[in-house]
Ligand binder design. Structure first.
Ligand SMILES: CC(C)(COP(=O)(O)OP(=O)(O)OC[C@H]1O[C@@H](n2cnc3c(N)ncnc32)[C@H](O)[C@@H]1OP(=O)(O)O)[C@@H](O)C(=O)NCCC(=O)NCCS
Length: 163
C-alpha cells in the first residue's frame, strides 16, 4: 500500500482500467463501457502507484444512495490492501456528503469480493436470480452509512408546537 494514491478517474485512465478488467473478469466491460460510465457519473476513482493504474472503483450516486458499479485490482497487486483502501475511501466520502446507503451486486461464486465487502461492513441483503449474462445469480449487499432513523411517534409529538 506504500506510494499508492486514490485519484479521480479520467479518460486517460481508461485503457489501463480496461486492461485490468480483461485480466480479472470472465465477462469484461469494454473500454467503451468505461467511457460511457465516466461520462454519466464523475464518482469514479483509480488507485495509482507512480504512473501505473493498479485498481479502480466506479460508482453512481443517486439521491442519498450510492451504487457500486465496478471495482477491481490488478492481479499482482491483489491482497495488499488496495481493494479495502478504495472501499474505505468511498465509505468516508459518502458519509462526509450525507449519503445513507451503499448497494452492490456480486456473483454468488465470487468469495474474494464478498470477503472484502463483509470486512468493510456490508451485509447480505437478497439474491437477484440470473442477474449476469451467463445466468449466474447475484448477491445484493448493503452498507448503511449514517445513523439515519425515522422519528418515533413520541419524538414527533415532542416536536409538535401546533397547540
Ligand atoms: C475483490 C478484489 C477487488 C479485492 O481487492 P484486493 O486489493 O485484493 O483486496 P484487499 O487486499 O484490500 O483485501 C481486503 C480483504 O478482502 C478479502 N479478500 C481479498 N481477496 C481475497 C481472496 N482472494 N480470497 C479471500 N478473501 C479475499 C480478505 O478478507 C482481505 O483481507 P486480508 O487480506 O486481511 O485477509 C480483487 O480480488 C479483484 O480485483 N478481484 C477481481 C475483480 C472482482 O471480483 N471485483 C468485484 C466485483 S463485485
Amino acid at each position: 500500500m506504500t506510494d499508492v494514491t486514490i485519484i479521480p478517474m479520467t479518460l486517460d485512465h481508461v485503457p489501463a482500467a480496461a486492461e485490468i478488467e480483461r485480466t480479472v473478469f470472465p465477462d469484461p466491460w469494454t473500454a467503451d463501457s468505461f467511457f460511457e460510465v465516466i461520462g454519466i457519473t464523475e464518482k469514479c476513482w483509480v488507485a495509482v502507484k507512480g504512473e501505473r493504474t493498479i485498481g479502480y472503483l466506479l460508482t453512481q450516486w443517486v439521491s442519498v444512495e450510492i451504487h457500486l458499479l465496478n471495482v477491481a485490482v490488478t492481479p499482482d497487486c491483489q491482497r495488499t490492501g488496495i481493494g479495502a483502501a478504495l472501499l474505505n475511501f468511498l465509505l468516508c466520502l459518502g458519509e462526509r456528503h450525507g449519503m445513507r446507503d451503499v448497494y452492490l451486486e456480486v456473483r454468488l461464486s465470487n468469495h474474494a469480493a464478498q470477503s472484502l465487502y463483509l470486512g468493510c461492513g456490508f451485509t447480505k441483503l437478497a439474491v437477484r436470480k440470473r442477474y449476469y449474462r451467463d445466468g449466474e445469480d447475484a448477491l445484493v449487499m448493503h452498507r448503511a452509512l449514517t445513523d439515519f432513523h425515522l422519528p418515533a411517534d413520541d419524538e414527533l409529538a415532542a416536536g409538535d408546537t401546533s397547540e
